[in-house]
Design a protein around this ligand. Structure first.
Ligand code: ADP
Length: 467
């Protein structure tokens, strides 16, 4: 017995479909065979032609009847009966006396003028027979000529044919059973393997892999599960890295704050030193606030709760403000920030503060990963009458192709020891998307990185442009 499950479903479905199809075909076939054989017999019994009455002598009745019977005889296997219109047998080719009038269905048909046909069991013998009856007229009197022939041999033949058909059908069903069982197994075996491995994964063993090369959808399912396990391992790794880097990021300013606050509490410093200590505490606190805000932003974006205050924003102005904000940082590394604002103003419908946050993050990264005394270009270019591109190009360490795909992922950092949370570009990307824009990164290791953001221009702006 096949266990409950897909196997049984498949085998059962195939079996039922083929069984019903076979049943239909065999029934049609057997019915046609039966009709063919019976029709052949009927045509044979109906083949005798009317004998002109002047061939029949006008003798006494029994002699006349015998003569008629002889005229209509069709061979040894066919009994010829001569009946009056009431169905009484007047004469019989077998000389077998029949006392009762015959009342089978062929008699009324013949009396109605057509050739009567009846198939059934003959009274007395119980034999299966076919009777074909026709009305004739001899010397002005109406008679019925009735042919009766046994169907036993034909039925025997039909039974043999039926047995052969059933045998062929059974053989076909056995083949279907074997083939469908093989097919079911070819599906169920890999599925069981996949279930086993995914159970291990569900229990936390993400190193378990589905082995084997399975075809079609099952192969896809297996490789998707394997990919999922790899992604879980990767994201776990990224989270671990994030926790360690964020702890580090938090500890550095906290150590500074704690150190300076303890020092100041112990007293005995001149106002200059106190001012320096306080300014370091304030700077480190800003850093902490910045970090916490970044994480809060990220969580808001994740939950779609970031509120946008949309208005007309002049991109050149936002970029200038951004440059002012990072100017001190750039100055420390003697990095030049060059703005190329384009020939005309570019106005977009946006949340100015959020856009500034985007540019700050990208320019901040550019400064962080650029060598001293290099230049960072910030350019505004028109892609089409409807779109503007903001490019921030540095000549820094660059990002390898392998890492380029992942830098926009949350928590991802090429080098977690360089500070940061790995959230900046993930947040940037989401804010850009909220503005119906797109962000691309082009980078070559040791050559530099260009981050490009494309935003839709306001409709008014387009109209202004076109006129
Ligand atoms: P982080 O807060 O760590 O800077 P980001 O999401 O902004 O996080 O950046 C993710 C990673 O992408 C960075 O850790 C860095 O490795 C890489 N990256 C981003 N911008 C640049 C750049 N201009 N040059 C080189 N690497 C960069």
């Amino acid at each position: 017995m096949i266990k409950k499950g897909i196997s049984r479903q498949i085998v059962l479905h195939y079996f039922i479909v083929v069984f019903l199809a076979l049943l239909l075909v065999e029934l049609v076939f057997l019915f046609s065979m039966r009709t063919y054989y019976y029709d052949s017999i009927y045509n044979y019994l109906n083949s005798s032609t009317d004998v002109p009455q002047n061939y029949i002598s006008d003798q006494s009745s029994p002699v006349k009847y015998q003569e008629i019977i002889q005229r209509y005889e069709l061979g040894d296997t066919v009994e010829v009966q001569l009946l009056d219109t009431q169905g009484n047998v007047l004469q019989n080719s077998t000389n077998f006396r029949v006392d009762k009038p015959i009342q089978t269905g062929d008699i009324p048909q013949a009396l109605a003028g057509s050739t009567g046909r009846w198939i059934g069991k003959q009274a007395g013998t119980g034999e299966n027979v076919m009777a074909v009856t026709r009305q004739i007229q001899v010397n002005g009197d109406n008679y019925l000529v009735r042919y009766v022939t046994s169907l036993e041999r034909v039925n025997q033949k039909l039974l043999t044919i039926t047995m052969v058909a059933v045998g062929v059908g059974a053989a076909v069903l056995i083949i279907v059973l074997v083939v469908s069982l093989g097919l079911a197994n070819s599906i169920v075996r890999p599925l069981n393997n996949i279930i086993g491995v995914s159970t291990l994964m569900a229990k936390g063993d993400f190193n378990a892999r589905i082995k084997g090369n399975y075809p079609h959808e099952i192969g896809e399912l297996a490789s998707t599960l394997n990919y999922m396990a790899e992604e879980i391992i990767r994201s776990n790794q990224i989270k671990d890295d994030f926790i360690s880097s964020i702890s580090h990021e938090l500890r550095t300013p906290l150590t500074g704050i704690k150190g300076w606050s303890e020092t100041l509490v112990s007293g005995g410093f001149d106002p200059e030193e106190t001012k320096l200590g306080m300014s370091i505490i304030s700077k480190e606190t800003d850093r902490l606030i910045g970090l916490v805000e970044e994480m809060l932003d990220f969580s808001k974006l994740q939950q779609n709760q970031m509120k946008m205050v949309i208005g007309e924003v002049n991109l050149k102005e936002v970029l200038q403000e951004t440059m002012l904000n990072v100017w001190a940082k750039a100055e420390q590394k003697k990095i030049q920030l060059k703005l190329e604002p384009g020939a005309r103003p570019f106005i977009v419908q946006a949340d100015g503060n959020r856009l500034k946050q985007v540019f700050l993050n990208i320019v901040d990264n550019a400064i962080k990963f650029s060598p001293e005394e290099s230049t960072i270009f910030i350019m505004l270019t028109e892609v089409s009458p409807e779109r503007v591109r903001i490019s921030i190009q540095d000549a820094g360490i660059g990002i390898s192709q392998e890492h380029l795909e992942k830098v926009k992922d949350r928590f991802f950092q090429v080098n977690p020891n360089r500070g940061g949370t790995g959230l900046g570009l993930a947040i940037t990307q989401q804010i850009v998307q909220l503005h119906n824009g797109e962000m691309y990164i082009d980078s070559e290791i040791e050559k530099g990185t260009t981050v490009m953001i494309e935003l839709p221009l306001t409709k008014q702006q387009e109209i202004l442009q076109l006129t």
